[in-house]
Write a protein that binds this ligand. Structure first.
Ligand code: SF4
Length: 228
């Protein structure tokens, strides 16, 4: 009788680490022609990490290309997951208010997220937003980099630490570097400010008011930079 193979006698056809590494990235789904329309269609079928499994749909960026200003948030929330559009919930409303205060409107900027699928945890019957981890952020980054290439912004505005750290590295601190104009290795200018959701989640009313004022100030600075 043949003995079953065990341990080091078993040689996998494909190294499991390699298989995992290949699977866990949006890079495998990038189209050859990387127009925004092509990217959007391709991202709709992305299975580059596990987040697609429990989300309703891919929430790709929206807006014109080229666009002088590109805004990057963290990840779609529940409302965005339902609608398939970024920044349509309460955070989107606050962002629209900040746009109005800065003298711009949503139609002239490009809006997207670091990660394109809604991550959530069940709390009773509710789907509660969960923060994407570094593996998911890195898996999704090919979409973000392709969007930046297609949109060719004069200035990127990162909304919150997740977006800022994904471009500027993990040493970035929103509390210290908010409002500063920083440059990526390729010279692309980046300004980071509060994510509207984090403002809305701040329990202290005075702190919330201060953060909202800082968001408005930062957006006015962003607009004056692109109109210089
Ligand atoms: S989060 Fe990004 S990498 Fe993961 S499945 Fe969605 S689009 Fe693909």
């Amino acid at each position: 009788m043949l003995e079953p193979l065990r341990g080091k006698d078993v040689k996998p056809v494909i190294d499991s680490g390699e298989l995992t590494a290949r699977r866990l990235s949006a890079a495998d789904y990038l189209p050859q022609e990387q127009s925004l329309d092509n990217l959007r269609s391709a991202a709709a079928k992305c299975e580059g990490c596990d987040l697609y499994l429990r989300a309703t749909q891919t929430v790709f960026g929206s807006g014109p290309a080229p666009a002088a200003l590109m805004f990057i948030g963290e990840a779609p929330g529940e409302k965005e997951d339902d609608a398939g559009q970024p920044f349509v919930g309460p955070a989107g409303k606050l962002l629209d208010d900040a746009f109005t205060a800065a003298g711009i409107n949503r139609e002239e900027v490009y809006l997207t997220n670091t990660v394109k699928h809604f991550k959530w945890e069940p709390v009773g019957k509710r789907r509660l937003h969960a923060k994407p981890n570094s593996r998911e952020i890195s898996a999704c980054q090919p979409w973000l980099l392709a969007e930046i290439q297609a949109v060719s912004p004069m200035l990127i505005v990162c909304l919150g630490a997740t977006a800022a750290q994904s471009l500027l590295g993990h040493k970035f601190r929103i509390t210290r570097q908010r409002g500063q104009i920083l440059a990526l290795a390729n010279g692309q200018q980046v300004l980071s400010t509060w994510h509207p959701s984090s403002i809305l989640r701040t329990p202290d009313a005075d702190a919330r008011q201060r953060m909202q004022e800082e968001l408005f100030v930062d957006l006015r600075a962003a607009v004056s930079l692109i109109r210089r």
